[in-house]
Write a protein that binds this ligand. Structure first.
Ligand code: PGA
Length: 241
């Protein structure tokens, strides 16, 4: 069984004082048998990498450009994130897909850029409420995953299933729905691709154990509850029960 990955996505939150998070987290979780990742805003990556330096906590970006460098004002490349201390990059988060019109083709190009820089992409997929209500969730999400995966099979990819309607809303997919979706994604993974399948969408200390004990749930991508070290620590602890 793959080691679980508990990832935090700070989104557009956090300035200097948020760095206390690392000391607080390390104080709460001595040695744990899970991989831990924090994806802060780009402005904090270098400082977070320094704060996490003597810990087992990895640092990641939340997005990157498809190109390595050039005239793309305001963007950062995977290579720049690596230079700042990141080892993972989230690509295709639903907020990027919705707010910046990112298609799965763009997400795939970003995932390929991340791999080319020697980092690991965390590729996000998920259905809207309308798609779930019309019974299309599984088809949509499997198609999204296949269209977002890099062409060349790699065992250095993570996939996060995040139902759009469950992100930041306090609503969580039922354990049956998560189980079904993760089995479908696992079955649809092209041969040669061995990705961990994370669940995301209102993961909190009180629901983490139930979600993370499901078959084919290899970790979690946590938004709101990753900002507070005590909440994130309790999700980590609940993942290894
Ligand atoms: P949430 O966000 O945990 O606040 O729902 C999850 C995500 O967007 O990755």
């Amino acid at each position: 069984m793959a080691r679980k990955l508990i990832a935090g996505n700070w989104k557009m939150n956090g300035q200097g004082p948020q760095l206390d998070f690392f000391d607080d987290l390390v104080n709460e979780i001595a040695e744990v048998d899970v991989d831990i990742l924090i994806c802060p805003p780009a402005t904090l990556i270098e400082r977070c990498a320094r704060a996490a330096d003597s810990t087992l906590i990895a640092i990641g970006g939340q997005d990157c450009h498809v190109n390595e460098k050039g005239a793309h004002t305001g963007d950062v490349s995977a290579g720049m994130l690596k230079d700042a201390g990141a080892s993972f990059v989230i690509v295709g988060h639903s907020e990027r897909r919705a707010d910046h019109g990112e298609t799965s083709a763009i997400v795939k190009a970003k995932a390929e850029a991340v791999l080319a820089s020697g980092l690991t992409p965390v590729i996000c997929v998920g259905e809207t409420l309308a798609e779930r209500e019309s019974g299309e969730a599984e088809r949509v999400v499997v198609e999204q995953m296949l269209a977002s995966l890099p062409d060349e099979a790699s065992d250095r990819c993570e996939i996060a299933y995040e139902p759009v309607w469950a992100i930041g809303t306090g609503k969580v997919a039922s354990t049956d729905d998560i189980l079904q979706m993760h089995s479908a994604l696992n079955n649809a993974l092209p041969s040669g691709v061995s990705a961990r399948l994370l669940y995301g969408g209102s993961v909190k200390p009180d629901n983490a154990a139930a979600i993370l004990s499901l078959h084919h749930v290899d970790g979690a991508l946590v938004g709101g509850a990753s900002l507070k070290a005590s909440d994130f620590a309790s999700i980590i602890k609940n993942s290894i029960r």
